[in-house]
Design a protein around this ligand. Sequence first.
Ligand code: 13P
Ligand code: SF4
Length: 319
Amino acid sequence: ATEKLALKARIRQLLKEKQAVLVAHYYVDAELQDLAEETGGCVSDSLEMARFGRDHPAQTLVVAGVKFMGETAKILSPEKTILMPDLDATCSLDLGCPADEFTAFCDAHPDRTVVVYANTSAAVKARADWMVTSSIGLDIVAHLHAQGKKILWAPDKHLGSYIQQKTGADMLLWQGSCLVHDEFKGIELDLLKAEHPHAKVLVHPESPAAVVAQADVVGSTSQMIHAAQTMDAEEFIVATDNGILHKMQLAAPGKRFIVAPTAGNSATCKSCAHCPWMAMNGLRNLLHVLESGDNQIHVERATSEKAKLCIDRMLDFAA
Ligand code: 13P
Ligand code: SF4
């Protein structure tokens, strides 16, 4: 415990000295989330992380999350130094959508507006017309559908079919999924609900349709926390990464939260309800990058300039 206190004290000091700011996602370690908040950084969903990083005057951002979050920060602010505790922290959606295959898919469907989820590489974003996050994907696709546009969507098939079903848009879906959310199971959730008849169900839309169908609220991580805080209920079943519980408990003290059931247990399912890549962010590697300046994010200039267009489009739409 004293070692942790010393690590945190040193991190606080270095953030100040280097005029750096910590931008964290709700799925990272509770200690990193608390440090980000205490030191004037932010803890939020992907859309808010992007906006915060862009608007903050600090010249150095340390992004505690996964690679696409660091890349988005760099694309929006190429002049800033973006550091990440571990550059190998990726995402199964990003891994499952290689830029060359994605480009071929787009080339085969030139009549479609290309909408990609934030959880993709810079190269994939460079090929897209729009980038969206879970908090705004539905609104953007509804807007495009109202204009009569046909959509090519990548990579998350569950989020894609949820949006398709909600908007009625013509969407051609890439077949990617999040290895964490994909593990939530509809039948087991149904049984758990029967044991907790008063619980409200909060679901991230990367979850399978059978889980989304049982939700009282479907939304981004920030939207799920907001629902926990504002809904008139004492108990919630939560279908997303369990890292979110820290903030939910702080935001809604006295309420009870249960993580939705997954098929496996911790012996058979390494990623059940916790993202292995988010878990790569820790106090030690955070301190290391602050001390050394290692693990800078670089995005090739032409790719970055192209990718920025689709991110700006979303941020303008959200404004
Ligand atoms: P949010 O934008 O909802 O925070 O989602 C990011 C993510 O990676 C979910 O798995
Ligand atoms: Fe990607 Fe899923 Fe991890 Fe989010 S939780 S970063 S979608 S693998």
